[in-house]
Design a protein around this ligand. Structure first.
Ligand code: PHB
Length: 422
């Protein structure tokens, strides 16, 4: 099924999509069919998979991969692109990673931290997944990390940047193919200072990712000598930006640094331009402000500068191959979320190959994953002692709906992994 090119409504909310519900095997009264969905990347149906799930054949049984992602709400498109990117990689490998056929179970986490522990417990306990891939929202990810630690479940985080996951809560079974909130925003402090900005206002959603990204930017900016005019915030996922935009107009800072993503980012960038502020107060941000959202933001996004571990026009063969294949599969232009999903599958493959497909050999799996050197569409990708990516952070500018590379803001940026005792 193909999506329209613009996956957001004009008000910034994502278009809702229906999921394919083939191979669903849930008995009446179990987790709702709409929430949990089962499918196989290969030839085995779920029914066939359960027939093979005897101890003698355990190694030839499919590996059960649980996606816990937002398939609805302001981050819906982000979750779907992670899912699509992961599946693309598996398909390119014939449905098999490290000798194991891959089977998928999906849950819509709705970006709701209050449901996160239950959702994760069901995936791990009732669905008995081997590995969980999730999620986008830092608050939901925190709950997932806690369950993963308690149950020793392998967790690969394909977006959420919450610093703790690869900081004080780091663990051998918790990996990230995305970024830490610190990592993508810290380099922007120096970039904005060097651009001549001395007095900057910040704006974000008031939750873990927003707070940590703003803190990281401020750490870099104030260290360079900059001053913060004011920190503005509203609750997640609210999109009534008008009062805060009026406040920015009154403050008249040299520039603004923002974190929003998904549907909220579409609306913020449009509202900022509609108020005429784009003409007098340059808008900067974490790359999520415009990644996967620039086409829906239209002319309002032109000139917005952001830092991220990806740019649409990265001139490397892996990126060109990826963008072409993603477009052929989905009819959509790939973005950072799709890349992070794609690389999560590459990381899983590295672990499975190191253990010759035997998932019970956890030591070999972890060693293989930690040593992985992935030729990612984002550029070289490796992992630090806390299992967080080491990667380039790029300065980009939106030009005609694309996040174009301006320069490398930080080469092979490593997260300090503060508090990680691994
Ligand atoms: C997060 O909550 O960590 C988060 C959400 C959306 C993004 C980036 C980070 O685009």
């Amino acid at each position: 099924m193909r999506r329209p090119a613009d996956a957001f409504h004009p008000d910034g909310s994502p278009n809702r999509r229906r999921h394919t519900m083939s191979h669903s095997t849930f008995p009446p009264g179990s987790i709702g069919r709409r929430k949990f969905l089962l499918g196989s990347a290969g030839l085995l149906t779920a029914g066939a998979a359960s027939r093979f799930a005897t101890p003698a054949l355990a190694q030839t049984a499919p590996l059960r991969v649980g996606f816990m992602l937002p398939y609805s709400g302001t981050f819906a498109k982000l979750g779907k692109f992670i899912d699509d990117g992961f599946r693309l990689y598996v398909e390119q490998n014939g449905g098999v990673l490290g000798g194991r056929r891959i089977e998928f179970i999906q849950v819509d986490d709705e970006s709701k931290p209050e449901s996160a522990t239950d959702n994760m417990n069901r995936l791990v306990g009732r669905e008995k997944v081997d590995v969980v891939i999730g999620t986008v929202h830092s608050g939901v990810a925190m709950a997932m990390v806690k369950v993963a630690r308690d149950t020793n479940t392998m967790l690969i985080i394909p977006n959420a940047g919450v610093n703790e996951a690869t900081g004080p809560l780091c663990a051998p079974n918790i990996f990230r193919t995305s970024f830490s909130n610190w990592q993508v925003c810290h380099p922007m402090g120096k970039v904005m200072f060097d651009a001549g900005h001395r007095n900057v206002a910040t704006i974000t959603w008031r939750y873990a990712a927003g707070t940590q990204m703003i803190d990281a930017f401020k750490e870099g900016f104030t260290k360079a000598g900059g001053k913060i005019a004011e920190d503005l915030a509203l609750p997640f996922p609210e999109v009534e930006f008008q009062a805060l935009i009026t406040r920015i107009a009154t403050l008249k800072p040299d520039a603004v640094f923002a974190f929003f993503a998904g549907g909220g980012a579409v609306k913020f960038v449009k509202d900022y331009a509609a108020a005429g502020l784009d003409k007098s107060i340059p808008l900067y941000g974490a790359g999520f402000l415009t990644d996967g959202t620039a086409p829906a933001q239209g002319a309002a996004a032109n000139g917005v500068k952001t830092t991220l571990h990806y740019a649409d026009d990265l001139d490397n063969p892996a990126n060109k191959r990826f963008l072409e294949a993603f477009k052929a599969k989905t009819g959509q232009d790939g973005d950072i979320y799709a890349v992070q999903g794609y690389d999560a599958a590459a990381l899983l493959k590295a672990g499975l190959e190191a253990a010759k497909g035997d998932w019970s050999q956890r030591g070999a799996v972890v060693a293989g994953m930690r040593a992985a050197k992935i030729d990612s569409p984002r550029g070289p990708l490796s992992f630090n002692r806390a299992n967080n990516p080491i990667q380039n952070v790029y300065l980009r500018e939106v030009r005609n709906g694309r996040n174009e590379l301006i320069s490398i803001a930080g080469q092979a940026v490593d997260d300090p992994a503060r508090g990680c005792r691994a």
